[in-house]
Design a protein. Structure first.
Length: 460
């Protein structure tokens, strides 16, 4: 499989470039020049596979000659052996919808599903290559933790994680900062998540700097993450009992990565009816999808901090599709977004989007109310992100198999849970220790030169 950039389709890349670089040199995102297309019969045949075997089947066509089938197979088995569920996920029916729990990995959020695999991809790559890599990643709270767990202690790899100072929950921060591995560096930036993301982007586009430290990115724009996330859409589809009804997914969304993975599954032939993009009050994607107004506003802090984002990086991949895969037009649109902070989607394109996507926005009060009502009715504690996904179904009248992606364990957001239902969401036993452990992180100004210097001094 070959890949192109959303901003220049004249050049092609192999999976190795896509994985290691993350972002194309022209600033665009990588996408495959063609996709596998599963027939109904082939989809049926996937039903018998366990999670890891399904992952092997779905992911292999995307990786070209990066590794062979056996190598991939070993890596996938190893990656998913660290989950607390035999088949990675849990699928729980409550009332008229199902909850797809994706947070049974080491850092209690769905990001582990992709990140464990990426960590082992890096290790494999570096075992064949005389290279040292410095990973730099911006996090709204969960990506950083998942990336650290996947990279910690691995040879010839350093990881630098930028999180917005005081804007992640204390449990999120402690999971990141209490480790003892010397290849892990946590940096709190005095700013919000978009500032962190912009710092990483500008470090990347400084080619001298990024080449000097052999910089690599694992942000949600990384295609390898998307393909790993695509797998659980296929897997959960087969856990549905009644396939005469349409299947809809509601996905708590920030960077448009996870929900894009669902769209990818649909494009490969999985019969998904609608994907609901569920946002908190940072609702740029809801405004874009409901009335065509993609326009960044200032980020506000919410009880679902992993979605406190106004620049949804992966949206560029959808814009590219809406432009009929025209990279020139996509470049122009992205330039305009950068300069003017907005992009209006015309009626025709909006109709196209609405064939696949609906959206909903949840206020803070609504989110707390959902946590409360689900707890009272089903004795189940949803984390605030998941609650937003759950509530999104109430804003649309979709009959069918309605599946909510549960993206984080409630114990990561104890304050929100406390104020919704007045109980303490406990950490799993194996993570209790972080509460009393010493934290290790540096606080830096939102100043790219200072951050570069800090990273350079500590890079491999
Ligand atoms: C990252 C994250 C999201 C948003 O996922 P995107 O891929 O950025 O849309 C939602 N919920 C939780 C708990 C997360 O960590």
């Amino acid at each position: 499989m070959r890949y192109v950039s959303t901003r220049d389709t004249s050049k092609t890349y192999e999976f190795k470039d896509v994985f290691i670089k993350g972002l194309a040199d022209d600033g665009g995102l990588f996408i495959p020049s063609s996709l596998p297309d599963y027939s109904e019969k082939e989809i049926q045949e996937l039903k018998s596979l366990n999670y890891s075997d399904l992952a092997k089947k779905i992911i292999f066509p995307f990786i070209g000659n990066f590794m062979d089938k056996d190598e991939l197979s070993k890596i996938i088995d190893k990656s998913y052996s660290v989950f607390r569920r035999e088949n990675v996920i849990d699928f729980i029916k409550i009332g008229d919808r199902s909850v797809l729990e994706l947070f049974h990995g080491p850092t209690l959020a769905f990001k582990d599903v992709a990140m464990q695999l990426l960590g082992n991809f890096y290790e494999f790559y570096l075992s064949k290559q005389k290279e040292k890599i410095n990973i730099v990643v911006a996090t709204s709270g969960d990506t950083g933790a998942a990336a650290i767990d996947a990279i910690k202690g691995k040879e010839n790899l350093n990881i630098f994680v930028l999180h917005p100072d005081n804007r992640v929950s204390s449990v999120q921060r402690k999971i990141m900062t209490t480790g003892k591995h010397e290849n892990v560096f946590n940096i709190a930036i005095k700013g919000n998540f978009d500032d962190c993301q912009n710092l990483v982007k500008s470090m990347f586009s400084d080619t001298k700097f990024s080449k000097d430290i052999n910089m690599s990115a694992v942000n949600s724009i990384n295609w390898a993450r998307i393909i790993a996330q695509c797998v659980y859409y296929f897997y959960s589809y087969h856990l549905i009992e009644d396939h005469t009804k349409p299947t809809n997914f509601s996905v708590p969304t920030g960077n448009f990565g996870d929900v894009y993975a669902g769209y990818l599954a649909k494009k490969m032939g999985l019969p998904i009816n609608k994907l609901i993009v569920a946002t908190n009050q940072n609702d740029i994607l809801h405004r874009a999808i409901s009335n065509g107004n993609y326009e960044a506003e200032t980020v506000s802090e919410t009880i679902s901090p992993s979605m406190d984002i106004q620049i949804a990086s992966n949206f560029e991949r959808l814009i590219f599709d809406l432009n009929d895969k025209n990279s020139e037009q996509t470049s122009k649109d992205m330039m305009k977004i950068k300069e003017e902070g907005k992009y209006s989607i015309d009626k025709e394109k909006l109709n196209l989007i609405n064939q696949d996507f609906l959206s909903a926005r949840m206020s803070e009060t609504e989110t707390l109310d959902i946590i409360k009502s689900v707890y009272q009715e089903f004795n189940m504690v949803l984390d605030p992100h998941t609650a937003i996904g759950y509530g999104a179904f109430d804003k649309h009248n979709l009959n069918g198999n309605n599946i909510v992606l549960a993206t984080a364990h409630p114990c990561k957001f104890p304050d929100a849970i406390q104020s919704a239902i007045n109980i303490k969401a406990e950490l799993p036993n194996e993570l209790q220790f972080i509460l009393n452990e010493k934290e290790n992180y540096d606080i830096l100004e939102n100043d790219v030169e200072k951050v570069k210097e800090h990273i350079k001094d500590r890079s491999k």
